[in-house]
Design a protein. Structure first.
Length: 129
């Protein structure tokens, strides 16, 4: 389980962690998340680092069904997807976007297909948002 990779993918797909302009207990009262507008009260410390809309990230990096949502998200942005298992059981994932970015080609290798998909997607989006 790679929580850092999972979080990076979630953010790339447009999900946000709550972000509070200040913490409860100040004279300003109770803060509202700058993304979703939810209020943080004293008795909700578990909400402090949570995700907007209760949107905890799926296990994109370890579950092929969740990783496929990343593929569909990328396709929606015009990226074509290919994947294959190469030598030594290494999975390869490629995203290409010739239509909008003629040079855009992102290849990642990983021990599992979901991880390869996540790494290729992040590399693609990092280069050409
Ligand atoms: Zn929020």
């Amino acid at each position: 389980m790679n929580l850092e990779l999972r979080e990076q993918v979630a953010k790339a797909m447009g999900h946000n962690r709550h972000s509070w302009p200040f913490l409860p207990g100040t004279s300003a009262g109770f803060p509202k998340c700058v993304h979703c507008g939810e209020t943080l009260y004293y008795h909700e410390p578990e909400k402090q680092a949570g995700w907007c809309y209760g949107d905890d990230p799926l296990p994109y990096e370890s579950d092929i069904a969740a990783a496929w949502l990343v593929v569909e998200f990328m396709r929606g942005k015009g990226w074509e997807f290919r994947s294959w298992c190469g030598h030594d059981e290494v999975f390869n994932a490629v995203f290409e976007n010739q239509r909008e970015h003629p040079e855009a080609y992102s290849l990642a290798e990983a021990p599992t297909a979901p991880e390869a998909i996540c790494r290729a997607a992040l590399a693609a989006l990092g280069d050409k948002q």
